[in-house]
Design a protein around this ligand. Sequence first.
Ligand SMILES: CSC[C@H]1O[C@H](OP(=O)(O)O)[C@H](O)[C@@H]1O
Ligand SMILES: Nc1ncnc2[nH]cnc12
Length: 296
Amino acid sequence: MRAEKSSHWHIGVIGGSGLAAGVDLDEAQEIAVSSPFGEPSGPVTTGHIGGVRFSFIARHGAGHRLPPGAIDYRANIDVLKRCGVTDVLALSAIGSLREEMAPGDFVAVDQFIDRTVGRRNSFFGPGMVAHVSLADPICERLSRLATAAARLAGGNVHPAGCYIAIDGPQFSTRAESRTYRQWGADVIGMTAMPEARLAREAELPYALLGMVTDYDCWREEEAGVEVSHILEVMHANAELARRTVRALAASLPDVREPSPIDTALEHALVTASEARDPELVARLDAIACRIFGERE
Ligand SMILES: CSC[C@H]1O[C@H](OP(=O)(O)O)[C@H](O)[C@@H]1O
Ligand SMILES: Nc1ncnc2[nH]cnc12
């Protein structure tokens, strides 16, 4: 028998731009957790809301120190997993590529187009190869719960949307913005990839609530997006994000039923035992604890 996840929820919240102050947790404790994959964006704040455990990490670090390309997404996911997180809710500022997704709205992202390059996008590699499925990159259950919570908190929520991840740090050109619309992308950001890929490899159900801050630059008659505007919108909406997290805590079922994502690595590992790199396997002690805790 492989170790099962606990039947208690432990939600990891990744707070994006304008949300570094975190969520209000009871008996909050800040802990520095280290990762064999690198330097996480900062400490993890762990605590609870009404009996549900939450752990929070600020994606860009305290004071928004890190640009999207310098965030160690692997370390962030690894430390959340080490803290015992069962599910991850990511909160992000997003640009809208659709008229109907207006600034101030939430979008519960359900698909991605990944245009990022050169970011470390896997925990696996030579000596331990894994191919997880990413057809449905978002946990439908957590996304549904988060959507309902954001509505209860007073948000206008679009229940689906395709997020295109760009490297940045520059915003897009008008030609790119128009192209992404033609590709079927609904919203744009710089951080959800490889974050969502890595959460899947870590067997962590992942949902992304984006808060629309701008219309990027595809509306020809308007000036392109400016970061000062994005941060203004996010600061104005930070309380809505915090209320959403509280509403989520109140609405989670008492018992966390297992998710198929809890066993995403089950048939994904392809490297024969004798061909495995022991050093890499050791680094996977948290990410693949369910597998290696038993076999190695
Ligand atoms: C500060 S504006 C651009 C910045 O905001 C978004 O970050 P996050 O997803 O962490 O909220 C966007 O992806 C860019 O990194
Ligand atoms: N227009 C935009 N492009 C990329 N990332 C964003 N984050 C918020 N708005 C954005």
